[in-house]
Design a protein around this ligand. Structure first.
Ligand code: PMP
Length: 362
């Protein structure tokens, strides 16, 4: 596809070309129905198969069994920030939060609005360059859950351990590293992710949760904000974002064809070390934002010696078909998002460009 670029956008982000082509092929006539997936009833058997297969494939990839449910919810990961405390926290049983970046802080803010949030740890004083370590977590013994943001998209940091909570349910925002590596997912009570980074187009949020954790949503909150509603109605209480779920299903089966999470994690680690090695061996020309032991496999954040050079880098990279590498305004500099669908070749093109740029501008 000669006219496609290497897309390092943080989300919406690059999708596997194979998946886009399948969607293109099926667009006018899905599964012999004579309609597109966007035009079919969400109660039709053709849609039902897509919906249920996507759920099954996600659980299979994560190695989870029948004690977990997969839900499809709208409103983005940002709505999960509010739903989690609404469903699980109370004035005498607050949600405990680790503040490791801006989305983690936004999640905490929603709990604060409801008067049900406390802070277990924060790396704000260190410009969110690190993930707080296990021994820095002050988990309240009476917390209703511990909330962590597993990969901090803006700062480029990621957990490299699963917090030990001594029985307190662990809730994780995995929006920017969902299905990027195998983990013992059974240690989490609830995981959520807006799909527009690793898994599909914007418009749906995947929630993977322990059934026993979500079956007792309070009765006095709106129906559409109760996890129970989604689990009891197979996420079909109202019209689901069918096209998004269809695309998520296609990405999940693409992931299975790649060899599942172990295989994709190996590829992701190779891509990340290629990029971090160029940063580390640049004699300080490129400076990473994240501390080394907190570095993300998904979002690589770095700076150049001056803002002028950063602007020049972004412009020249674009001329080389390397797009979407401007950093978030709160960190500045550059950010290469290298999610599952970014190829090794794409990252190699970027690192080759970085080396040439350094030689030409040092
Ligand atoms: N959490 C993380 C880690 C994110 O990266 C983002 C989006 N960039 C969000 C939450 C918010 O997601 P949404 O836009 O789907 O509400």
């Amino acid at each position: 596809e000669a006219n496609r670029v290497y897309n390092f956008n943080p989300g919406p982000a690059t999708l596997p070309l194979e998946v886009l082509k399948q969607a293109q092929e099926e667009l006018l006539n899905f599964s012999g129905s004579g309609m597109s997936i966007m035009e079919i009833s969400h109660r039709a058997k053709e849609y039902d198969a897509v919906h249920n297969q996507a759920k099954e494939d996600i659980k299979e990839l994560m190695g989870l069994g029948s004690d977990y449910d997969v839900l499809f919810i709208q409103g983005g990961a940002s709505m999960q920030f509010a739903m989690v405390p609404m469903n699980f926290a109370a004035a005498d049983k607050k949600g405990n939060y680790v503040l490791s970046g801006s989305f983690a802080s936004k999640a905490y803010k929603e709990a604060e609005i409801q008067g049900v949030g406390t802070v277990a740890a924060s790396s704000k004083d260190n410009d969110f360059r690190n993930i707080p370590k296990q021994n820095e977590l002050k988990i309240s013994a009476d917390a209703s859950y511990l909330h962590v943001c597993y990969n901090n998209t803006i700062y480029g940091t990621e957990y490299h351990y699963i917090p030990e909570t001594n029985g307190i349910p662990l809730v994780a925002d995995m929006s920017s590293d969902m299905l990027s590596r195998p983990l013992d997912f059974s240690k989490f009570s609830l995981i959520y992710a807006g799909v527009q980074k690793n898994l599909g187009p914007a418009g749906v949020t995947i929630v993977v949760a322990k059934k026993s954790f979500i079956e007792n949503s309070p009765e006095n909150i709106p129906t559409m904000l109760r996890y129970n509603t989604y689990s009891q109605k197979n996420s079909l209480y109202n019209t689901p974002p069918a096209f998004c779920i269809y695309m998520v299903g296609k990405v999940a089966s693409w992931l299975k064809r790649q060899g599942g999470l172990t295989a994709i994690a190996e590829r992701n680690a190779k891509k990340a070390s290629l990029l971090y090695d160029v940063i580390d061996s640049s004699s300080g020309f490129y400076k990473g934002h994240a501390e080394k032991d907190s570095r993300s496999f998904m979002n690589v954040t770095f700076r150049l010696p001056t803002e002028e050079l950063e602007a020049k880098f972004i412009a020249e990279a674009k001329d080389n078909k390397l797009c979407g590498i401007k950093g978030h305004r709160s960190v500045g500099g550059l950010r290469a998002s290298i999610y599952n669908a970014m190829s090794y070749d794409g990252v190699k093109c970027l690192t080759d460009f970085m080396e040439q740029f350094q030689t030409a501008n040092k």
